[in-house]
Write a protein that binds this ligand. Sequence first.
Ligand code: GLA
Ligand code: ZN
Length: 670
Amino acid sequence: MTKFFDRILFGGDYNPNQWPKEIWEEDIRIFKKASINSATVNVFSWAKIQPSENYYDFEELDQIIDRLSKEGFDIVLATSTAALPAWMFKKYPEVARTDYDGRRHKFGQRHNACPNSLVYQKYAERLATKLAERYGENPQVSCWHINNEYGGECYCENCEKAFRVWLKDKYQTIEAVNKAWNMEFWGHTVYEWDEIVLPNALSEGIGYEKTAFAGISIDYRRFNSDSLLKNYMMERDAIRKIDPTTPITTNLMGTFKGLDYFKWAKEMDLVSWDNYPSYNTPWSLVAMTHDLMRGLKQQPFMLMEQTPSQQNWQPYNSLKKPGQMRAQSYQTIAHGADTIQYFQLRRSVGACEKFHGAVIEHVGHEDTRVFRETAALGAELAQLSDIIGTQSQAQVALIFDWDNYWALEYTSGPTVDLKYVEQIHRYYRYFYEQNIAVDLVPVDADLSKYKLVAAPVLYMIKEGMQERLTDYVKKGGSLLTTYMSGIVDQSDNVHLGGYPGPLRELAGIWVEEIDALAPEQSNGVSLVNEELTGTSNLVSDLIHLETAEALAHYTSNFYAGMPAVTKNTFGEGTVYYFGGQLEDQLQDQLFKMIVEETGITPVIKEATKLEVACRENAEAKFFVIINFHEEAQPLPEIFVGETDLLTGEVLSSETKLAQYTTYIVKEERN
Ligand code: GLA
Ligand code: ZN
C-alpha cells in the first residue's frame, strides 16, 4: 500500500497537557490560521494517564482528543511508553536500564525502560490496549505512533538472560557459539550458557566504540534491536486486536546506528521519521537519509518531526534562514514524504527543550517569522494532495545494511577513520549532484530492476548474498564495490582465500594487503585512458588482476603501478572495484564513465546545480526543483514555460532561483 492519508498531514507534536486549558482554544485558533490539520498527542503522558499502579485517568486526554476531533484534526495518537512514570521505578527498580558501564539507572530521562523487563512489558501492553479500547474507533485517529524514537541499550541481568535465550535460538549449541565468535582466541571458550555475559565495559568492550570480540558485540546489537522491536510489536499487536485498520508506526531516526531498521520496517505499516540535520549537514546527506527511510519499505513515509526553526540539542542550534524550512520540507516530500509534521506546535516553558523551536514561540502570538513561514507552507500543502502516494523511479540501488554498519565500525584495524554512513554517503553524492535517483536497499532486495547496484564497504557478506550478487551480475547487472568489501561472514570471521572473499571471482581480482593511510598521507593515482591524475586516501588495497582490467593505478608508495580501480566482465554484467578512497574529481570522472556505460539517465538531462527530483504515478509526474546553493541558479531549459504548482508563477528563461527557492512542476501523462 502506498497511500495512507487523503491529505498531507501538516501539524506535529502537540502537548496541551503541559499548558492551562485557556491556551488550548488559542492553540486551535492559531493552528487553523496555518492550515495545520493534524496533531501528534500523548507522546509523553504516561505519568498523567496512570498516576499510580492501579489507577488510570483519561480525563484530560479525552478532552484533548475530543477537542481536536470536533475541529476535524487528524490525530496521530502516541502510546506514551517512551518515558516511565516515577512510581514504576520506585516499586520495580528492575524496569530501569543498566548502562554500558554497568550502572543501574534511577528514575530520570526518557527511553529509560529495560526492554526485557516483564513489568515494563506488562504495563506498556496494558496501556496500549486501554488506549486502543478508548480511542481506536474514533475516525479522527488516523495513525498510531508507538513509543517514541526507540533506541538505547540495556545490560542488566534480565537482558543477559534474554540474550542467552536469543543465542540458543540462533545457534542451538554452545559449540556453534564458540565457533561463531572464534572463542579459541584468548582462550575464551565457554562451556555453559550462563558463562556468556553481555559485551559491555565490564567485559569485552574496548571503550564504547570497539570490542575484543566483534562477533559477540554484533550479536548483542542484533539482540538489542530485536528486544526493542519485540516491545514495539507487543504494543502493535495489542492495538491491532482492537483496532483492525488504523495504520501503526513508530518514529525512526534516519541512519541511527542502534536498530536494524530494515528488519523493523517489515513490522510497520508505514515508516515515519524525524529529520534534524545540523547547520552544516550536506544536503546530499539529508537527501540520502530520506531515500533510506523511503527504501525501508519502498513506499512513501511520514515526516514525523522536524523543527520549524531551531533545535536545542546540537552544539550550535542555528536558525533556519528565511525560506529554508520551506525548501527542506519540499526536499522531504521530493524524496517520499506524504506528511510534514513538526516538533513541536507550542514551545515548552521549561526543561531541556525550552530553546527548541516551535510553531508558536514563547511570545505566544502568531506574528512571528516562523509562524508566517509555517502558515505559508501549510496553505501550499493543502493544495498538493495529488502527490500523495506517488513514487520515484530509480535505476541505481545503493546497499545499506545495519549488520555491515556495526561490523565495519567495530573492526579493529586497518583504520579508525572508516565510518559507515560517511562511506555510503561518499558513493551517493555523485548521483545526488547529477540528479540521478537512487533507492537505498537492503542486502536481500530484488536487484533485477536496477541498472547499477552500488555496494561500497560491503564488509560483511552474509549467507545468500554472494549468490544474489552473482546472479544479478551474470544476468547483465553492473555492480560497484570497494575496499573493505567481502571480508567477513555474519560473525565477523574472515572469508579465507584472499580478499574480497566471495566477491573475488565477480571482481576478477584478489587483494593481497590493505594499507591504511593516516589523515596527512595520500597516494598518487592516475586513470588509465584519461589525462587525469589525483590522490587516494584512507585505505589502499594492493590489488592483483585475475580477469579484471585496471581503470586506474597507484603512482606512489611501494605499490606504485598496482591497480587502484578495476573493471571486470562477468557473465553478461560488469563489476567495478575501487581499491582506494579517491579524491572527488577522480571518483566523479569514473562515475561519469560508469553512468554512461550502464545507460543510467538522470531525472532531467540538463546539467544543473539545482536539486531536481521526481515523484510519479500513472496520472502525473511531479518535478521538485530546489536551490540549496548560496548563489542563484538558472532554471533548466526544460521547465521554461511551465507553471509552478505552488505559486502559479509561470517560469521563464529569465527565472533565477535564489537560495531555497523551490518550484514544483506537474506534468500530466495522457
Ligand atoms: C526527538 C523527540 C522529540 C523531541 C525532539 C527535539 O525527535 O522525538 O520528543 O525531543 O527530538 O528535537
Ligand atoms: Zn535490561
